[in-house]
Design a protein around this ligand. Structure first.
Ligand code: BDP
Length: 331
């Protein structure tokens, strides 16, 4: 533990102090490593990079966060573990793959739990959002702000999905969470949990028929190049966190904690704004590339099929029923 902490610290302040001709002892800068699954230019990436820059600036180099894009530090379930044990310092996590680790967050993965993105923000920015942050903190993750992740819709290589019958028999990739397997199976499809980075190749080679995601990810992952039918099921509206490893958080002075918290909130404001613009841009890019996008006039048949998913979840987690009701009735 000692060695790891020591190795994570970059003693670069000595050079700064020397350059300034200062005689005081050098301050140790914390070289914070941040996990990000998205590429450069993605709304989340831009917000994380702004966060890193502002934190370094405002702490005068006491914390030097560095964002590692494209999931180069590992897939999401791994990165969650690494952040929990302090091997990584901060990250932008989707609450989907968080479910197997922080059970309460599974509530956010229940299909159609939110009526709209505004509803999700209202819930997450209020008292209920704090309950999720507390549950994450119990598992060593300090959620300082919530990012937007739009609404996830189904896409596939063979035909538009208009009714649940159109999902029958399709091999659909899902994120790592049993709830999504149940969700796809309830629609008559075959679900395959798979790491994000493997989906493109699997769609291309026919190992998968489809997947589900928001516009920016559908576009930036290039899945639209191989799956040309995007159907607006909007079955999941899942928030994401800007999370700090508990060990990294606790190593900060109160003053630096305040700076990091403020900048995380600013980053989420920036991300949400970029998200709206980015979603629109991505939609245009995929349309220009020939993707067929279809609206679903009546989502009730999809929603009705989710009843057993809710029933099974509540049976296994009776203590979470109140939270589900609170979210559903909060709009
Ligand atoms: C994106 C999320 C990212 C997930 C990815 C996925 O932002 O965290 O890893 O979906 O489908 O929308 O795996």
């Amino acid at each position: 533990m000692q060695t790891t902490t020591f190795m994570k610290k970059t003693v670069c302040a000595a050079a700064v102090a020397a350059a300034m001709g200062a005689m005081s002892l050098p301050v140790q800068a914390e070289g914070w490593r941040g996990w990000n699954i998205h590429p450069e230019g993605y709304p989340n990436t831009e917000a994380l990079e702004a966060f890193a820059e502002r934190v370094a600036e405002r702490t005068e180099g006491r914390i030097e966060p560095q964002v590692y894009n494209n999931g180069v530090l590992g897939d999401q379930p791994d990165a969650i573990e690494q952040t929990r044990n302090g091997a990584l310092d901060f990250a932008n996590f989707n609450m989907g793959p968080m479910g197997p680790i922080v059970n309460e967050t599974n509530v956010l993965s229940l299909p159609f739990i939110f009526d709209s993105i505004d509803h999700m923000h209202e819930v997450m920015d209020g008292e209920i959002g704090q309950q999720f942050a507390d549950a994450l903190a119990d598992k060593n993750l300090i959620a300082l702000s919530w990012f937007d992740s739009g609404a996830r819709s189904l896409y596939n290589t063979s035909h538009p999905i208009e009714t649940p019958e159109d999902v029958e028999g399709l091999k659909i990739r899902v994120m790592n969470n049993d709830l999504y397997v149940e969700m796809i199976e309830a629609l008559g499809g075959n679900a395959t949990p798979m790491a994000y980075g493997e989906v493109f190749q699997s769609l291309k080679t026919g190992v998968l028929d489809g997947a589900e995601n928001n516009y920016p990810s559908f576009e930036s992952s290039n899945h639209y190049e191989v799956a040309e039918y995007y159907s607006l099921t909007e079955h999941l509206i899942i928030p994401e966190c800007l999370c700090i490893a508990k060990a990294s958080w606790e190593s900060l002075s109160e003053e630096d904690q305040e700076i990091v918290r403020e900048e995380a909130i600013k980053a989420s404001e920036m991300q949400r704004q970029l998200w709206v613009e980015g979603s629109q841009e991505s939609r245009e890019i995929v349309l220009d590339a020939g993707v067929e996008i279809n609206e679903i006039e009546d989502k009730t048949p999809f929603q009705d099929l989710m009843e057993p998913v809710y029933a099974g979840f509540i049976e296994e987690n009776p203590d979470l029923e109140e939270l589900i009701d609170a979210i559903r009735s909060s709009n």
